[in-house]
Design a binder for this molecule. Sequence first.
Ligand code: FRU
Length: 325
Amino acid sequence: KDDTTYKIGFSQCVSGDAWRRAMHQEMYRELSFYPELTLEIKDAKGDNATQIRQIREFLDEGIDLLIVSPNESEPITPIVEEAFQNGIPVIVIDRKTSSNLYTAYIGGDNYEVGQTAGQYIRNLLKGQGRVLEIWGLQGSSPAIERHNGLTKGFQGSGIEIVTSIKGEWEKDTAKNRLKQHFESDEFPEFDLIFGHNDVMAIGAQEICKNLGIEEKKFIGVDALPGPYGGIQAVTDGILDATFLYPTGGDVAIEIAHKILADEQVVKENILQTAVVDSTNIRIMKQQTDKIIDQQNNITRQKERIDVQMEIYRNQRTFLFGFGLT
Ligand code: FRU
């Protein structure tokens, strides 16, 4: 019997939000299929220096595989390259480094997300309009790619970005900066707010509502299921549309398992995106509710199996004590 166990270290850029929590849940659910794998997550809390230090700790402690979602690309690249060059397989997830020294990447195509959003906005505003853009953290790859895709989607139309707000992916930061912006004497008129993620777009809608700024459209990215996610926000008419951006947590563990089992893996694993708006929200909501239900069942079943295993182990120890096995 092969008793080899493997330790996976996951350096997560930040973890306070529901999207990252969903990523972790997917990882742990997938891990339950592979008892030989253990996972430790270190949360850098949105700080580059902390993330570098934590990856260094992983390397010093000894890990068999590194998963990393870099807070910002440039500063995190050298330490990830170092890990890779020292022979540790590296899976980059969601946010990218600025290097191609890694084993596999998993994530949605953020340029495509931005471009699809741009085309969608173009249709919605009938080719003419003013957009207020709320950016994710400016040194993080999804923010840059979503912005570049968006401007590509607007190309050749009468749509123009009149204001850019630095939301840093966070609802409160986006809300505060937007509030300041609206409090300044003369802010440019706009028709639509595009948030690089749903929480910032939802925050923007709250601010506009509070300030009596009416008849604006709101679009975000993520389409997370659950009570505070984008699916619910579209259901409630808070967002006009959102774009699905899967976390890839389960895929990361599946690929980690393959790498550690010496199987071949594809280097670029691009996850599908899709628009969610009033035309498909009912079916999306039904399906995601059903998935949440099934996932909860899996978790319950796993807990019951764990209890049974514990009973079995205790019985064996007991019988063993009497020399009966
Ligand atoms: C969560 C998040 C998501 C966004 C992604 C980009 O931390 O901000 O909302 O899609 O990170 O990296």
